[in-house]
Design a protein around this ligand. Structure first.
Ligand SMILES: *Cc1c(COP(=O)(O)O)cnc(C)c1O
Length: 339
């Protein structure tokens, strides 16, 4: 009816009917209002353009077998966006305004929520920017919060297949006491060059080492890293990693399944001992890792011996997807079902 080829959607932007906006002025956020315009009109001296006052979020909505729409961990995304606001001195968006705007954007674009069978989902992109003019380095006093949505295809078209990642010692994503723990565009700009080099060499992402000692594993591109060994889920602890909501969910599910969970420093050498490893984030849930190449040191760590995803990664992936789609009970109250 829509003319959308659901099974062949890519992870890209598709125009939908509406986006929803709330403006911050004189200390107050306006009632979220929809628009059909894909453009924003801001002052050329807006702080988002010059001084990087920009934060974003990424979450998804799914259609279940029952036809109901489920949004995954919306409140946690709202809280994380508040942390990002505090991190770069932007007006903090109330959780209720975040939830109201997201919900409204999904409902108004209901016809773009992919059907259950397609394996596709509706990607939700909240964005918060400083809009008032400032030439001196100071935070803005006016802000725009905007939510748009776009249907995205299943991440694994060819199945849940492991890919290789690279350690590039000449690059850092974020400093130990910098902005790595908040979700801002600046961190992405800082990672574009390394990401591009890795992709050119055939890797799916850069596995960053800690910026100070170049010894411990940090973030894996725009995703968190985990490794599995001896029935234990191990994920790096660091002051420059973004707290992934997917990783947080997987740690909880692992614990529920009787798998031990460790959040601690992980030295690069330990890669040699992992039976499974993966990148985690909203886009793919888990993207299994085939191999890690430390290019400058000429070292290679084979993670997947047979080229397939390991049993624990597969079990965790299926469980989380099941909760998102409503096929598995939502025992941790992660899902908001739209009325
Ligand atoms: C968004 C993001 C993630 C993944 O977070 P999720 O909440 O799981 O989507 C991981 N690392 C970085 C740097 C991110 O920006």
């Amino acid at each position: 009816m829509n003319g959308i080829d659901w099974p062949n959607l890519s992870f890209g932007y598709m125009k939908t009917d509406y986006n929803v906006r709330s403006y911050y002025k004189d200390g107050k956020w306006s009632t979220p209002t929809e628009t059909t315009s894909e453009n924003i009109d801001i002052h050329m001296a807006a702080t988002c353009l010059h001084y990087g006052q920009e934060a974003f979020e990424g979450l998804k909505a799914f259609k279940g077998k029952d036809g109901k729409i489920r949004i995954f961990r919306m409140r946690d995304n709202a809280l994380r966006m508040q942390a990002s606001c505090r991190g770069i001195m932007m007006a903090e968006l109330p959780v209720e305004v975040f939830e109201e705007t997201v919900t409204k954007a999904v409902k108004l674009n209901e016809r773009f929520v992919p059907p259950y069978e397609s394996g596709a989902s509706l990607y939700i992109r909240p964005l918060l920017i400083g809009t008032s003019a400032q030439v001196g380095v100071k935070p803005a006093n006016e802000y725009l919060f905007l939510v748009f949505v776009t249907p995205v295809g299943p991440y694994f078209k060819e199945g849940f297949k492991p890919t290789p990642v690279a350690i590039l010692r000449g690059f850092d994503r974020a400093a130990p006491l910098g902005t790595g723990t908040i979700k801002i565009g600046g961190n992405y700009a800082a990672s574009l060059t390394a990401g591009h080099i890795a992709h050119e060499k055939g890797y799916s992402a850069v596995l960053y080492l800690d910026a100070k000692e170049k010894k411990y594993l940090d973030e894996c591109g725009p995703a968190n890293f985990f490794g599995i060994k001896n029935n234990t889920y191990i994920t790096p602890l660091s002051s420059s990693i973004l707290p992934s909501i997917t990783n947080n969910s997987l740690m909880q599910l692992a614990e529920d399944m009787g798998i031990k969970v460790e959040r601690r420093q992980v030295a690069e050498d330990e890669l040699a001992t992992f039976e499974e490893a993966g990148q985690v984030g909203t886009a793919a849930v888990i993207s299994p890792i085939l191999r890690v190449d430390d290019i400058d040191e000429n070292k290679s760590y084979i993670i997947s011996k047979d080229g397939n995803a390991g049993p624990i990664s597969t079990k965790l992936y299926n469980k989380l997807r099941g909760i998102q789609l409503g096929d598995e009970p939502d025992t941790h109250n992660w899902v908001t079902i739209l009325e």
